[in-house]
Design a protein around this ligand. Structure first.
Ligand code: ADP
Ligand code: MG
Length: 699
């Protein structure tokens, strides 16, 4: 049996278990062996029955002597009762509300019990203890017993029973994946040893070593694949584009503002990258409102004037539309054809149209893109569809890149019919520096550190329910002065939530709009916006808000990223506990984008300490960078990065912060590649790196 052997060939795994395991994405022996316990039960100190003479926690091994079951006096609970006997005595055990136990136990069967003993009518007795049958994958010598993540129908016991035989003489059946001198030099467990210890540990110290080994391997593979990707890009070659300084000057000198030095520096770095034969892979970090869009537009103008096409992808339809309007306006003087592809109400602004904006069918737009008749295509996820093609795509811009999955990012860059385009990703929610090396390797980074000069600090306040009225009065003053306000609600409509649902008492867009219009702000114009509205409606609502035909916009998180309304000065967020820190910071960034002093008011009914801590971070930090670091600290790398996307176990996610470990892994990966760039000497390593690379392509 090898790593790649399908689970259907493992004895004792029938079709129904295969289905259950498939749901956990376990398809092969390898997947099963890499399905790790989340914790361990400590059975190392076992007690004899005679040593139990007052209440407490105990571990006992014994034989079942009597089994009975019934209902409690008040007929409320069913119970199963057994007696357990070891060589020193006998003790009663009771489980409530697990009636099936009575049927599944047999007299004479050996059980291991771990749990609370307390006084009862029967004297001292175990109450609802954790139990194990010794016949099933567990022996008398097991001291530390693995507990796997709880999943419907796949118990820890069953997993141990299946995994144990797979580990016997595992050395002869699986290959070491790390270069042997690395294992030796780093004093790591071998892979078979690590797998055995992680599933059936001999001590807690060895669990730790096993986890270290697994983490090291994952991180080493990640570094290898990042480095290989770099070599790969360099070999494939990109499209060198030379900078037309005059065009840039023409664009920049006609802007209503002057660029900050951070913007200039970033633009310069990007243009230098694009002149190279190697495809650019650069991340532009800059806080909300720092002016990243114009930097991307400068790069786009250069690429287009050199005769190429540019694709610009945004995470939401609302944002894509805004970019389209902005870009079409900015680039119009340069006679550039700009298209908007969202799948709904697609648009075109073409030089042949004398600047008018034309609605156009998606098919026509795609056709034009393919023929090279569109220079600049703005869009949503719709851009990565198979059908969308380009004639000579040379630059891809990903706005708010953290909102895209790794695969989505990759797809846009590997459109079959074009050479590898330069990639510019942009984000206001950076991965904290402690993690960048791990995740990006040494991806090129440009950072805009300053804000445009005239910006004022946004005043952020957490408002207690008593002060709600005062806040409303304050907002009225702002509105009367001609400003506008956003109200963010965590959900669209009231539904039939269950009693204990966290959504139960949260304010909805529908209700809030009605309340604000009728009761609080009758003299102002209140409109709502959410993702489930039709595109035409959404577009109209946004347009009216932009043109000051509406004073208050009540919305869900659809306005989270990018939306740019300079006249808005108030952001109210209801149910703040439902949003992440980065998200809240993005909401806040919707105001304070013009010359006006702006305010962000936070409402919550939650009293949770963790949430308070999170909000405090928002109140005290000004920049998204600082917040990202704090968020990472509070949530840990697993939640911060999203575990699913990485597929790493928790202990490896935590190891991602270990700078020394990462650097070590990276150094060794570099050395490995310098000696054997194509990993020809280690085909199994090559295979694993390739499969990881496909997942992380061009991250
Ligand atoms: P973000 O970095 O959040 O994407 P945007 O690119 O949307 O920010 O820019 C925010 C606003 O600031 C826009 O209205 C833009 O026109 C304006 N802006 C960009 N650069 C400058 C600057 N150097 N000075 C003043 N305003 C600027
Ligand atoms: Mg933006």
């Amino acid at each position: 049996m090898h790593f790649s052997t399908p689970i259907s060939q493992i004895p004792n795994i029938g079709p129904s278990y295969q289905k259950k395991l498939n749901k956990l994405k376990i398809k092969t022996v390898g997947d099963l062996l890499f399905h790790f316990p989340i914790r361990y039960e400590d059975f190392s100190k076992k007690n004899s029955v005679s040593s139990i003479y007052h209440k407490g926690k105990y571990v006992v091994i014994g034989e079942i002597t009597e089994i009975s079951s019934g209902k409690t006096v008040h007929r409320r609970f069913s119970f199963t009762q057994v007696k357990i006997k070891d060589s020193t005595g006998e003790i009663p055990v009771i489980w409530f509300n697990q009636p099936y136990l009575a049927k599944s136990f047999k007299e004479g069967e050996k059980l291991l019990l771990s749990g609370n003993v307390d006084y009862s009518k029967e004297g001292l007795q175990f109450i609802n203890p954790f139990y194990e049958r010794l016949s099933r994958g567990l022996s008398f010598d097991d001291k530390i017993v693995p507990v796997y993540p709880e999943t419907e129908g796949v118990s820890s016991k069953w997993l141990r029973f299946i995994i144990k035989p797979l580990l016997s003489n595992i050395e002869s059946r699986i290959e070491e994946t790390l270069p042997s001198e690395v294992v030796k030099k780093q004093k790591l467990f071998s892979l078979p040893q690590a797998l055995r210890e992680i599933h059936f540990p001999t001590s807690f110290a060895s669990v730790k070593k096993a986890q270290e080994r697994i983490s090291f391997e994952r991180i080493f593979l990640l570094q290898l694949s990042l480095l290989k990707e770099k070599i790969n890009l360099a070999e494939k070659g990109g499209i060198p584009i030379f900078t037309d300084i005059e065009k840039i000057q023409d664009l920049v000198s006609n802007l209503p503002f002057t660029l900050t030095s951070g913007q200039k520096k970033a633009a310069w770095q990007i243009l230098k990258d694009m002149e190279k034969k190697i495809p650019m892979n650069r991340l532009l970090e800059g806080d909300v409102g720092s002016g990243k869009t114009i930097v991307a537009v400068i790069a786009a103008l250069v690429a287009i004037k050199a005769g190429y096409q540019v694709a610009f992808m945004a995470p939401t339809e609302v944002l894509a539309r805004q970019h389209f309007d902005e870009v079409a306006k900015l680039l119009w003087r340069f006679k550039i054809d700009v298209g908007l592809l969202t799948g709904k109400k697609d648009k075109l602004r073409s030089k042949k149209l004398k600047g008018d904006i034309l609605e156009i069918s998606r098919e026509k737009l795609i056709e034009k893109s393919k023929k090279g008749d569109i220079d600049f295509l703005v869009g949503t996820h719709a851009l990565i569809q198979e059908k969308v093609r380009f004639k000579n795509l040379a630059l891809v811009v990903l706005d708010e890149q953290h909102r895209f999955g790794v695969e989505q990012r990759a797809k846009l860059c590997v459109k079959k019919d074009s050479a590898i385009p330069h990639l510019l990703s942009m984000t206001a929610t950076p991965i904290p520096r402690t993690l960048t090396l791990t995740i990006y390797g040494d991806l090129s980074l440009s950072v805009i550190t300053e804000m445009p000069k005239e910006r004022k600090k946004i005043i952020t306040k957490l408002i207690s329910p008593k002060k709600r009225k005062d806040v409303y009065e304050f907002i009225k003053k702002e509105l009367r002065a001609g400003r506008q306000a956003f109200f963010i609600c965590p959900r669209i409509e009231e539904g039939e939530e269950k009693e204990n649902s966290p959504w139960k008492n949260l304010i909805s867009v529908d209700k809030e709009t009605e309340k604000l219009q009728k009761e609080i702000f009758p003299e102002f114009r209140v409109k709502s916006l959410h993702g489930k509205m039709k595109s035409t409606e959404k577009e109209k609502v946004m347009k009216d808000f932009k043109n000051k035909k509406t004073d208050i916009l009540v919305s869900t998180s659809v306005v989270e990223v990018g939306i740019d309304i300079k006249n808005a000065s108030v952001m109210v967020i209801e149910g703040v506990e439902m949003f992440g820190l980065a998200q809240l910071h993005q909401f806040r960034g919707r105001v304070g984008r013009g010359e006006f002093q702006s305010y962000c008011f936070l409402f919550t009914t939650s009293t949770s300490e963790k949430i308070r801590k999170r909000l405090k971070a928002l109140l005290t930090s000004r920049s998204g960078f600082e917040l990202a670091e704090k968020d990472l600290e509070i949530r840990g790398p697993g939640d911060f990065l999203g575990k699913r996307q990485w597929g790493f176990p928790d202990f490896t996610m935590n190891a991602l912060r270990d700078r020394a470990l990462i650097e070590k892994a990276r150094e060794i990966a570099k050395k490995t590649l310098s000696e054997d760039p194509y990993l020809k000497k280690t085909p199994s390593l090559q295979k694993r790196v390739d499969s990881l690379r496909q997942k992380l392509h061009l991250e």
